[in-house]
Ligand binder design. Structure first.
Ligand code: SAM
Length: 190
């Protein structure tokens, strides 16, 4: 298949927006795969702020970063992403070029702990405010589970209403596949 699949396309979007030395955000570190990807992308002169509410995710991500010798490039925040604005130092506001949110539950973890629309939307609003112009937020929406469908609907209502003078909003989705496969919403700050 020549069309980019969902997860590679999420990475390509971040590649487009993020340079070495940049400040970026992983809104849901989970098992740390995206955190490692971002830490490599920003290089030794850049920095990643990674958020998760679960200790298991924090530990898994810390272990993965250690194996890759990337710990110094990442601040792991054991808090919800709705605290992004107050956690990232004010002097870095206006410099963030990329962010990723992989929504849903921790793979291999407790499936009853999921991202919630209210806090996801709060985090995105804050990021749009504190990102650098042309910074990109990539949201991977998992809507195979029941709460995921509620989150998808509330999030789509929110992103559809973002003022086009504030940000460009893209939806990237295979529309003829079974079982609600994940899709991307990408937001580029104007
Ligand atoms: N990107 C991860 C990876 O590479 O392995 C997978 C992330 S997983 C699909 C979703 C994660 O979001 C879970 O680890 C869950 O604990 C976390 N989460 C749920 N609510 C959150 C919140 N308010 N703030 C930050 N993380 C949250």
């Amino acid at each position: 298949m020549k069309l980019q699949r969902i997860l590679p396309y999420a990475k390509q979007l971040l590649h487009t927006a993020v340079q070495e030395g940049d400040i970026v955000v992983d809104g849901t570190i989970g098992n740390g795969h995206d955190t490692v990807f971002l830490a490599k992308l920003v290089g030794s002169s850049g920095h990643v702020f990674g958020f998760d509410i679960q200790e298991e995710a924090v530990n898994n991500t810390r272990d993965r970063l250690k194996v890759e010798k990337l710990e110094k490039r990442v601040t792991i925040v054991h808090k919800g992403h709705q605290h992004i604005k107050t956690t990232i130092p004010a002097e870095l506001h206006g410099t963030i070029t990329g962010a990723i949110f992989n929504l849903g539950y921790l793979p291999g973890g407790d499936q009853s702990i999921v991202t919630m629309p209210e806090t996801t939307i709060l985090a995105i609003e804050q990021l749009i405010e504190i990102m650098k112009p042309e910074g990109i937020i990539v949201i991977v929406i998992y809507h195979g589970h029941e709460e995921g469908q509620v989150e998808r609907d509330e999030l789509m209502t929110f992103v559809n209403k973002i003022d086009p003078r504030l940000a460009h909003v893209l939806q990237y989705q295979f529309i003829n596949k079974q079982n609600n496969p994940p899709y991307i919403v990408a937001i580029e700050k104007c």
